[in-house]
Design a protein around this ligand. Sequence first.
Ligand SMILES: [Fe+2]
Length: 272
Amino acid sequence: MVGIGFRKDFAEAFLQSDVLRPAFIEVSPENWIGVGGYWKKMLYKALDKYPLFTHGLSLSLGGPDELDMDFLKQVKSFLKQTGARLYSEHLSYAKCDNAHLYDLLPIPFTHDAIRHVSQRIRQVQDFLGQQMAIEIVSYYTPVAPEMSEIDFVNEVLERADCQLLLDVNNVYVNSFNHHYDAAAYIDALPMHRVRYIHMAGHEQVEEDLILDTHGRPIADPVYDLYAYTVSKLNRDVPVLLERDFNIPDLSELQAEMEQLASIKSSVYAFAH
Ligand SMILES: [Fe+2]
């Protein structure tokens, strides 16, 4: 099953035709909590047709401030009202001293940070009464690391006992920028924890730097890493196409989703 991020930019065109035919949609609760009137109607029109996954932006799991329980209450009722199948968030921080930062910052790969963030993920899961999925983010400067990224991620997943939202493009971008082997990184992840996959486009801005922009079609090496990931999964895991900028004609997005589905079924058929 292949889904698409549901965005206001193309909501009308999407709902008025059947050009784009996702198996599910994903939204950020932050963009829809408290929204009424016309846009609320549009969201519920989409929910009549498609199952919903949610992907939060501002919980700031790695941040130093207390978790915002008022906000979490709103998330909990949003999940209930919309019948969302799951809640995911970033392994990052988005807030410091109660000021929201404009980007998702990486958590330092340290033992203290593992304790801090895994306890917070447990707290959120207890409050929501369900497991959540955590996404590995792309980062550009490792902050005073005490261990490798993969060891950090694995320890957090284990201690928090949460699911993994595996963004294959992020793994590719990080492996390119920080010079490690992306396939070996995938090999080292706990595949049984993968709840769903993200796929997106990126932009190479310098010879040795790729930015995770979500503004272009998926690049060929990311398709290759995706095929490799699917071969390791050994089961049918949902995949989401993320496209946040330079939204093309919907038929182009549909073609990318079909490409993702066909790679998945051919790898899966080959393996079984
Ligand atoms: Fe993602």
